[in-house]
Structure formats: structure tokens, C-alpha cells
Write a protein that binds this ligand. Structure first.
Ligand SMILES: [Zn+2]
Length: 272
């Protein structure tokens, strides 16, 4: 790619962010994601049982971490930083796992289960418009395959841990549809699964990927710490504004040197 086209693509992303993405999230946050998603839950068939927030009288939120463990492989994984931060605040999280990313990261999965975190099913990979197009039997197979990988990891954890602190195989199995696209066909398969499966979204989310695009499209040497801090600050403020009692917060776990990871760590630090 030439320098000129690099700059053009950078400007294009930035313009989209300024005109569409950021104003949308600011407006959605002001209105309230919980209110905004209620029609989805009430009227859109496959999403009717979806957990978007949970009932509680305690001042707590649930932390979910999307695309676990690391899309880029173990050498760019930040899971140890995430685990350290969660431990610091005595927090546990549900890691929605893409099983294709786990092949070389089994030790890290064991480490997070040992800390009391749990695994959710996010299929083999977070692919856009892939699982919703699969024939029913093929989706069923891929869903079961992902469940099996998670069950084997949980069994391994059971065998290596003190049963007095073990939480056992989770029931129901949490599921988050890749790209949050759930069709009636996918829901039917989930409902017929041998272990009951609960689809989970959230009411505390910022499109951090789009927010961070401006930074990611820059060369590392152009990376400006103040600009990075400003993006993190904005993402963090959006999440903190949305968080309320019983919120389900969605963070994304990807790789080092990607601004959204730092924004996630920053947001959790602020939230305490
Ligand atoms: Zn995802």
C-alpha cells in the first residue's frame, strides 16, 4: 500500500468515526442501551430469551470478555494482565471463548478457571455472517464441537483443582452469538442442546473497535500517547455512563498493542 492510500484510508475511518460512530454511541448512551435493546428482547423472536441485564438488588455488574482468549495467539495475549487486574479488584468474569483461538493457550485457560472465572461459548471464531448462514445440522455440529472443547477444558480443570473450590461444569452454558447475530434457526438448535444454553448480550458496551480505529490505522512510530489516552478516556466514559445495577458489560479480549485492550484495562480500573 502506498503512503497516499494509507493516509486516505486513515482519513476515511476517522471521518466515519466523527460523523457516524461516535455520535451514535454518545446518543445511544444518553438514551440508555438497556432501554434501546428492550424492543429487541420483547419483539424480535430469536432474542426473546436473551439476557441483556440481570435482576439484582446488589450494586454489581457482570463482566463478560468477548473473543477469548487472544485472536492473535499467545505471543500477543494480554490475558495475564487482565487476570491480574481482575484479581486486584476481586472481580470474576465470563470469558466468551472462540475455540479456534485456544489451541496454544490451554495453560492460560487453566489459569483463568483457577482464578474462578468461567467460560462461555462464542463458537470457533467470531466470523461475520457465517454461523447464521449455516444449514441447521452444520450449525448444530459446530455449536456442539465448541461446547465439547469447553467441557474438556472444564473437566481438566476439575481434575487438577481442589474440589472444595471447584465450581463444576456450568449449567446453563452461556452463549454469545458471533457478531451478536442470532437467527431463529440458531436459537432452535440452542434450545435443543443437551445442556440448556442461554444467549447473552449486554447493556454496557462501546463500539471500542471503531473508536480505536483512528489509533490502530497509525504507524507505531506515529502513536501519540496523549491521543491514545483520549480514546481510552472516551471509551471508558461511555462504559461508565452506561453501567448500572445488574448491567452486563461487554469487553473484547484481543491482543497487545491494540488500543481497545488498554481501554478495557483502563475501564475496569476506573470501575473498581
Ligand atoms: Zn466476539
Amino acid at each position: 500500500m502506498t503512503e497516499t492510500s494509507k493516509k486516505t484510508s486513515c482519513r476515511k475511518v476517522s471521518l466515519t468515526n466523527q460523523i457516524v460512530v461516535k455520535p451514535f454511541w454518545r446518543a445511544a448512551t444518553r438514551f440508555g442501551i438497556r432501554k434501546l435493546t428492550r424492543p429487541l428482547h420483547d419483539f424480535v423472536g430469536p432474542y426473546k430469551d436473551t439476557l441483556i441485564h440481570f435482576e439484582t438488588t446488589a450494586p454489581v455488574v457482570a463482566l463478560t470478555i468477548d473473543d477469548g482468549l487472544s485472536r492473535g495467539g499467545p505471543h500477543v495475549s494480554m490475558v495475564q494482565d487482565v487476570l491480574q487486574l481482575l484479581k486486584e479488584y476481586d472481580a470474576t468474569a465470563t470469558f466468551f471463548m472462540c475455540t479456534d483461538y485456544l489451541k496454544d493457550q490451554q495453560d492460560d485457560v487453566m489459569a483463568l478457571m483457577k482464578e474462578g472465572h468461567e467460560l462461555g461459548n462464542h463458537m470457533q471464531e467470531d466470523l461475520n455472517m457465517h454461523y447464521c448462514r449455516l444449514p441447521k445440522e452444520e450449525f448444530k455440529k459446530q455449536l456442539q464441537d465448541a461446547n465439547q472443547v469447553l467441557e474438556e477444558l472444564e473437566q481438566r480443570h476439575q481434575q487438577t483443582t481442589d474440589h472444595s473450590v471447584s465450581t463444576g461444569t456450568r449449567n446453563p452454558r452461556w452463549f454469545q452469538a458471533p457478531q451478536l447475530i442470532l437467527t431463529s434457526r440458531m436459537k432452535e438448535v440452542m434450545d435443543d442442546a443437551p445442556i440448556p444454553m442461554q444467549h447473552v448480550l449486554g447493556d454496557c458496551y462501546c463500539d471500542d473497535f471503531q473508536f480505536a480505529q483512528d489509533m490502530d490505522s497509525k504507524n507505531q512510530e506515529d502513536f501519540d500517547a496523549d491521543q491514545c489516552r483520549a480514546v481510552m478516556n472516551e471509551i471508558g466514559q461511555v462504559l461508565l455512563t452506561q453501567a448500572q445495577q445488574g448491567s452486563i458489560a461487554i469487553f473484547t479480549c484481543q491482543k497487545e498493542d491494540f488500543v481497545r485492550e488498554h481501554s478495557m484495562l483502563w475501564s475496569i480500573s476506573c470501575k473498581g
